[in-house]
Write a protein that binds this ligand. Structure first.
Ligand code: UDP
Ligand code: MG
Length: 342
C-alpha cells in the first residue's frame, strides 16, 4: 500500500500536492563544473513538477567555487549556500545540507554531473507513488579507473556481508529521501556519519532508479587511494561491529591450531631422534609461529583500537560541521551538532 494511500483525506499530503523539493549538493573545489551543473539543474528541475530549492554546501573550497555560487545565489532566491568553516568532508557536508533542507522530499546529488540530473523527475515520480527512498542504482560507470571499479565493487559486496542493514549494491549518494527519512537521519545523535549506511538503517521503503553514471564533466576526483581506503574503513567500522567480533574467531582458531601443534610437537619429541638439521627446522618453525601469532595479536589490538578511537571521538561530541556563513538559508538546522545551534 502506498504511503499516500494511508493518509486521511483531510491530512495534507505533500506527495500528491507536489510540495517542495530540496537539492543538497556538496561542493569541494568544483569551480570548473559548478556553473554547468547549476544550468543543467535549472533546465531539468521544472520537469519534476515541484517547487524547488537548491542548497550548495561549500566544503572548504580553496578555488573560486564559493565565489561562483555567490553569483548564482545573488540572482536566484531559490539557491541557498551553506559555507562551512573548513573542509569537513563529503559526509559532513551532505549531513549539513540535509539538516538545513526544507523540502517534503530531498535529493542528494554530487556537484560534478556524474549523476545525471535528468533522473531526478523519475525519482520524484517513484516518491509520489509511495516510495520513501528512491536511490540511484548504477547500470554502468564511465570515467572511473579500473582500480576504483574493482575496489568499489569489492567494498559494496563486503559491506553487504558485514552490515545488518546493507546498502543496496552499486549505489552511491545520489538518492531522493522523503521528509520522514530526512528527519529520522538528522535526529540520530552520532557525529561521525556514513549516510549510505544510515539511510538503509532507518528501514524506510526503498526502490532503485537505474541510471548510467557519467564521467566527471570537469575537474578531478577528491578521492585518492588513501582517502578511499580511509572512507571504506570508516564506513565499515561505523556501520558494523563484525570486524571487532572477528578477533574472537581469530583467537579461537589460533587456540585450536596451537593445541594441535603442541600435541604434534609432544609426540614427535618423544619419538624422533634429534639431529642438527631437524633442530634448525624446528627453530625456524618456532620463529614463524611466534611471528604469525604476534601479527594476529597486533592486528586484533589495532582493530579494537579503531573502535576505541571512534568511541573517544563520539564522547568528545564535537559538531559534525561548523558553518561560517549562510546565504538564502531559511531552515534552522535540525541537528544539534550545528555550531550555531548548540
Ligand atoms: N566533496 C565534498 N567534500 C570533500 C570531497 C568531496 O563536498 O571533502 C564533494 C565533491 O565536490 C563532489 C562530491 O563530494 O560534489 C563527490 O566527490 P568526487 O566527485 O570527488 O568523488 P567521486 O565521484 O570521484 O567518488
Ligand atoms: Mg564524482
Amino acid at each position: 500500500m502506498s504511503h499516500s494511500s494511508v493518509q486521511h483525506p483531510c491530512v495534507r499530503d505533500p506527495r500528491s500536492l507536489h510540495g517542495l523539493l530540496s537539492l543538497v549538493i556538496p561542493c569541494h573545489n568544483e569551480e570548473s563544473v559548478i556553473e554547468s551543473t547549476h544550468a543543467r539543474l535549472i533546465a531539468v528541475l521544472p520537469k519534476a513538477g515541484m517547487e524547488f530549492e537548491i542548497i550548495y554546501i561549500d566544503d572548504g573550497s580553496r578555488d573560486k567555487t564559493l565565489w561562483r555560487l555567490e553569483a548564482i545565489a545573488s540572482k536566484d532566491p531559490r539557491v541557498a549556500i551553506l559555507e562551512l568553516a573548513r573542509n569537513f568532508g563529503q559526509q559532513a557536508a551532505m549531513s549539513a545540507g540535509l539538516a538545513h533542507a526544507r523540502g517534503d522530499a530531498v535529493v542528494i546529488i554530487d556537484a560534478d554531473l556524474q549523476d545525471p540530473p535528468e533522473v531526478i523527475p523519475e525519482m520524484v515520480r517513484l516518491w509520489q507513488s509511495g516510495v520513501d527512498v528512491a536511490y540511484g542504482r548504477r547500470r554502468s560507470r564511465d570515467g572511473e579507473t579500473r582500480f576504483k571499479l574493482i575496489t568499489a565493487s569489492l567494498f559494496h559486496r563486503l559491506f553487504a556481508c558485514l552490515v545488518p542493514h546493507p546498502i543496496p549494491v552499486d549505489t552511491g549518494d545520489f538518492k531522493l529521501l522523503d521528509r520522514a527519512v530526512v528527519d529520522a537521519v538528522c535526529a540520530l545523535p552520532e557525529k561521525r556519519r556514513y549516510l549510505r549506511g544510515l539511510v538503509p538503517w532507518t528501514g524506510f521503503r526503498h526502490e532503485p532508479v537505474w541510471y548510467d553514471r557519467n564521467a566527471r564533466l570537469a575537474g578531478v576526483t577528491k578521492y585518492n587511494a588513501r582517502r578511499l581506503l580511509l572512507l571504506a574503513a570508516d564506513a565499515l567500522i561505523i556501520s558494523s561491529d563484525v570486524p571487532m567480533r572477528l578477533t574472537w574467531v581469530a583467537s579461537v582458531s589460533l587456540g585450536i591450531v596451537g593445541l594441535i601443534a603442541a600435541t604434534t610437537a609432544l609426540i614427535s619429541t618423544n619419538t624422533a631422534t634429534p639431529t642438527e638439521a631437524s633442530a634448525g627446522v624446528s627453530l625456524a618453525a618456532l620463529v614463524a609461529v611466534v611471528g604469525f601469532l604476534g601479527a594476529i595479536q597486533t592486528a586484533a589490538v589495532a582493530i579494537v583500537g579503531e573502535y576505541v578511537v571512534r568511541t573517544y571521538r563520539e564522547a568528545q561530541s564535537r559538531p559534525t560541521w561548523v558553518v561560517r556563513r549562510t546565504i538564502n538559508v531559511r531552515q534552522s538546522p535540525l541537528q544539534a551538532s550545528d555550531s550555531r545551534a548548540a
